[in-house]
Design a protein around this ligand. Structure first.
Ligand SMILES: C[S@@+](CC[C@H](N)C(=O)[O-])C[C@H]1O[C@@H](n2cnc3c(N)ncnc32)[C@H](O)[C@@H]1O
Length: 214
């Protein structure tokens, strides 16, 4: 089965309560992916399906961009750790000139492309497979990071790399343990509904943070 067919067959088109403008192919209680065991995913050669959820940090950042289109209008944007693409799609809908959606997982890149088409912004999103750590951010006016700080080593390396970028950086994050605590300024907070499949609580708070000088 082709990757895009796998994504369509194992998800349901759903919108989140916080970002009803964006429809995504997501795992829900009704879809097989929700119940997928690791061995099933291994059989079909698919890694953990982070792309099949709209993470709370990504939902907050997407809401912020849709409500504050001046932040992205006309810009060349990169969304790193793009997953299913909620942040990249919000940036495109809010008027970004072009968005590169970058994810280390090739299935996420495909899911983002499928979701961009679903939301009719495929002409302004390039979904690419790649590692954000070491990535060349020079071509971009704005860097978006939706809920990527969930392991210590990677978060530290990513933060270090982002601090050297010339472009402004916006994070969406619920305050995870490995999010940077210094040199960031909180710009908005949202109450976000989520799934207890991926978070401890069904409703949580997530904020948008701007990286500032240390
Ligand atoms: C928790 S998900 C968030 C997805 C999406 N931004 C959202 O908010 O719904 C984190 C994503 O970051 C990706 N990722 C992790 N490390 C990465 C790296 N070094 N470079 C690019 N993507 C990475 C994962 O593959 C995953 O899709």
């Amino acid at each position: 089965m082709e990757l895009d067919e796998f994504i369509r067959a194992n998800t349901k088109i759903t919108a989140t309560a916080l970002v009803p403008e964006i429809r995504l192919h997501l795992a829900t209680e009704l879809t097989p992916l929700w119940h997928a065991t690791e061995s099933y995913l291994n059989q079909v050669n698919i890694g953990a399906p982070f792309w099949a959820f709209a993470w709370v940090g990504g939902q907050a950042l997407a809401r912020y961009l849709l409500d504050n289109p001046d932040v992205v209008r006309g810009l060349h944007v990169v969304d790193i750790g793009s997953g299913g693409g909620i942040v990249a799609i919000a940036a495109a809908m809010a008027g970004a000139d072009h968005v590169t959606a970058l994810d280390i997982d090739p299935v996420a890149a495909m899911a983002c492309a499928v979701n961009a088409t679903l939301n009719r912004v495929e002409d302004r999103i390039t979904a690419a497979e790649g590692d954000a750590i070491g990535y060349d951010f020079a071509p971009y006016d704005l860097i978006l990071v939706g809920d990527v700080c969930y392991t210590r080593g990677e978060s530290e390396d990513l933060t270090h790399h982002l601090r050297r970028a010339a472009a402004p950086v916006l994070f969406g994050d619920p305050g995870r343990q490995f999010m940077p605590r210094k040199g960031i300024h909180q710009v908005a907070t949202y109450t976000v509904e989520t799934s207890q499949e991926i978070e401890a609580k069904p409703i949580t708070e997530a904020s948008v943070w701007r990286m500032v000088g240390l």
